[in-house]
Design a protein around this ligand. Structure first.
Ligand SMILES: *Cc1c(COP(=O)(O)O)cnc(C)c1O
Length: 438
C-alpha cells in the first residue's frame, strides 16, 4: 500500500532550532513563562536542539510539561540536581557576566559524569603505534565507526549518554574524517563482520558524504553487515522520503545490498508516538524496499517510557511496520541521570510485563541491557531460590568471547540501578567474576 502524504508542515527543508529560538517556540505554542524560564535555564547546561517535525508532529502541546515527547527534547526543571539549578538561577537573575556563567556551567557539567564507562578511551584500536581516531573495537565481530560529519543529530534527547560531545567537550569529539584507516583496519581484522556507523547520527550527513564513508566498505569481503545507528526515523523521517537526496540515499542502500552485504538501520525509538506518523510509516516502507532491515532500540527512561503499556505498544508498532525489536537499554550514569534512572528491578518487571503480551515475532527483543565495560549484561529476571532472592543476569555480548551467553546471579536489591550497585553471587564462576571486577 502506498501512503498519500499530506502536505508537509511548514518548511520541508531541515532546520534546527536551538537555545536562541526558545522564545519563538514559546510564542508559537503558548508556553507558560515558568516553563519557558526552566527551559532557558537548563539549556545553559544540557544540549538543546529540536526541529519542525518534532515540534509539529510528535509533541502534544495540550499539557507540554506532562508530555513524554516534550520531555524527550526540552530540558526542564528537575533534570539537574536542585542545588545546581538554584545556583545557576541566582547567577542568571543577578545578571552574571558571560564568564561567571560559563564557569558555573562548566562546574555543573563536570558533576554530571560526562565520560561514562570510559567507552572511547578503552576501545580505540591501535595500528603501528597510532590510535585510530573515530574507531572503537570492543566486541570481536563489530567495529564502531564515528564519521566526523555525523557527530550531531536532527534533535537532541534530554537523556543522551553522549551529551558531552554536543556541548563541545573536546576529549569526546574524536571522530574519523574519512574511511581509509577503517578500511585498512578491516583488511587486517577479517574477524570483523559488522561495521556499525554511529555518532551523533550518521543520517545528518548528506548522501554524498555518507557514500564517501560507506562505499569503500563494498571492497572489504569480510564485512557482511553495515549497521547505521540513527534517531532520524523518529526525529526526521523526511531523510528517507522528501529530502532532496532521500532517493539517492535509498539507492546507496540498494548498492550495498546488491554487493551481497546486509544493511541494518539501527533505529532509536523511545516512544510509540514516534512510530505513528504517516511520514515514519512511509520512511520505513521505503527503507525496507531497498532490502535493508530496520532494528529498533532505546533506553528505558523515567518520565518518558517507564511503563509496560508504552513498551508493549512500541514493540507491536515496530513489528507492524516490519521492523525488528532489538534492545531495551538501561539508562547510563551520566547527564540528568537522577531524573531518568529506573531501578533494575522495576525495569525488569516492566520489560517482562510488556514482553508477555507480544506475539512471538516481536520477542526478538532483549533487555533490560546494561552496556558496561566488560560487556552487555542482560537482566533476565528476578527469582527466589533456596538461598535467597537474586537477579538472573547474562552477558549477551562480551569483550571476552568465551563469556558470551553465560548466566550468573547477583543479590536482589530493589534500589540498584546499575551493575556497579550489585553484589555478584558467591557461586559465580571465576572467569565471569574477574571480567566483572571494576
Ligand atoms: C552494543 C554494541 C555493539 C553491538 O553488539 P550486538 O550485541 O552485536 O548488537 C558493538 N560495539 C559496542 C561498543 C556496543 O556497545
Amino acid at each position: 500500500m502506498t501512503l498519500m502524504l499530506d502536505q508537509p508542515v511548514g518548511t520541508t527543508r531541515f532546520r534546527a532550532f536551538g537555545p536562541r529560538q526558545i522564545d519563538d517556540i514559546v510564542r508559537r505554542h503558548g508556553l507558560s513563562p515558568e516553563l519557558r524560564d526552566g527551559i532557558a535555564l537548563l539549556a545553559h547546561v544540557l544540549p538543546f536542539r529540536v526541529n519542525e517535525y518534532v515540534l509539529e508532529e510528535l509533541i502534544d502541546w495540550t499539557d507540554p510539561a506532562q508530555d513524554p515527547l516534550f520531555r524527550l527534547v526540552f530540558p526542564q526543571r528537575g533534570m539537574l540536581p536542585e542545588d545546581d539549578e538554584r545556583s545557576l538561577e541566582s547567577l542568571v537573575r543577578a545578571g552574571a557576566t558571560k564568564r561567571e556563567l560559563a564557569a558555573e556551567v562548566a562546574r555543573i557539567r563536570a558533576g554530571l559524569n560526562p565520560h561514562p564507562s570510559g567507552q572511547r578511551e578503552y576501545n580505540v584500536p591501535v595500528h603501528e603505534g597510532e590510535r585510530l581516531a573515530g574507531l572503537q573495537h570492543k566486541y570481536r565481530e563489530t567495529v564502531l565507526y564515528f564519521p566526523t560529519q555525523g557527530q550531531s543529530c536532527h534533535s537532541f534527547c534530554t537523556y543522551c549518554f553522549r551529551w558531552a560531545q554536543f556541548v563541545g567537550d573536546p576529549s569526546l569529539r574524536f571522530a574519523a574524517p574519512g574511511p581509509d584507516p577503517l578500511v585498512r583496519y578491516l583488511h587486517q581484522h577479517p574477524e570483523v563482520s559488522d561495521v556499525l556507523v554511529t555518532g551523533g547520527d550518521p543520517m545528518v550527513m548528506s548522501t554524498d558524504r555518507l557514500t564517501g564513508h560507506l562505499e569503500p566498505l563494498l571492497g572489504v569481503d569480510s564485512v557482511d553487515t553495515v549497521r547505521i545507528g540513527t534517531k532520524s526515523l523518529a526525529y526526521w523521517p523526511q531523510r528517507f522520503v522528501t529530502d532532496a537526496d532521500a532517493d539517492s540515499l535509498l539507492r546507496l542502500f540498494e548498492r550495498i545490498v546488491a554487493a551481497g552485504k546486509q544493511v541494518a538501520v539501527m533505529a532509536h525509538f523511545t516512544h510509540p508516538r514516534e512510530l505513528h506518523t504517516a511520514r515514519v510509516t512511509e520512511a520505513v516502507r521505503r527503507i525496507r524496499a531497498t532490502g535493508a532491515v530496520v532494528y529498533c532500540q532505546a533506553p528505558m527512561v523515567a518520565h518518558i517510557n517507564d511503563d509496560a503499556d508504552t513498551w508493549a505498544s512500541m514493540w507491536k508498532s515496530e513489528l507492524a511496520l516490519g521492523a525488528v525489536p532489538y534492545y531495551m537499554f538501561v539508562e547510563r550514569d551520566t547527564g540528568p541521570y537522577d531524573y531518568f534512572k529506573v531501578p533494575l528491578a522495576r525495569a525488569t518487571e516492566i520489560f517482562h510485563t510488556a514482553y508477555r503480551t507480544l506475539p512471538g515475532l516481536a520477542r526478538t527483543v532483549r533487555g533490560p541491557v546494561m552496556s558496561t565495560t566488560p560487556g552487555k549484561v542482560v537482566v533476565d529476571g528476578v527469582e527466589t531460590f533456596g538461598d535467597g532472592r537474586f537477579f538472573q543476569l547474562r552477558l549477551a555480548q562480551a569483550r571476552n568471547p568465551a563469556l558470551v551467553g553465560r548466566p550468573f546471579r547477583a543479590h536482589y536489591d530493589p534500589t540498584a540501578t546499575w551493575l556497579s550497585d550489585l553484589e555478584i553471587a558467591a557461586d559465580t564462576p571465576q572467569d565471569i567474576r574477574e571480567a566483572l571486577r571494576p
